[in-house]
Design a protein. Structure first.
Length: 139
């Protein structure tokens, strides 16, 4: 969901950027949930291409910025990949906060809507910091 929302917010502004999604416990090859696809479709965003995959060393090396939703994910990645710890952030840190974003998986349509709204809000208010970190981060 966050990948689609970020791509939509950036539009053509950052054509050369790679914005991808990977998870700490993702089931490889799984498509985005129907509720996610529906909510994004209502916003004019097509995420039908998405297939879940596990984060790995190659991906950690490829990206200047890694945004996660949960503190546990941040801790796991910083522990597994200490050389890249400085480029791993909670998404909420982009607006100077330190809170987790609930995973709506298995929840109601309204749960997915709330999550989408929260992510969109953080992205719209934190886009400048995302751009700064993505262009300034080591890696």
């Amino acid at each position: 969901m966050a990948q689609g929302l970020l791509l939509a917010q950036l539009g053509e502004k950052h054509d050369g950027w790679r914005i991808e999604s990977a998870g700490v416990a993702a089931m490889e090859g799984t498509p985005a949930s129907q509720k996610t696809l529906q909510i994004l479709s209502e916003k004019g965003i097509d995420l039908s291409f998405h297939k879940a995959r596990q984060i790995n060393l190659y991906l950690m090396e490829q990206f200047a910025l890694i945004l996660v939703m949960e503190r546990r994910h941040k801790h796991i990645l910083q522990t597994q990949y200490p050389d890249f710890a400085a480029k791993i952030y909670l998404l909420s840190e982009m607006i100077g906060k330190d809170h987790e974003i609930d995973d709506p998986g298995g929840g109601t349509y309204e749960d997915y809507q709330r999550t989408a709204f929260e992510i969109e809000s953080i992205l719209s208010h934190g886009l400048v910091k995302i751009e700064q970190l993505a262009t300034d981060s080591p890696g």
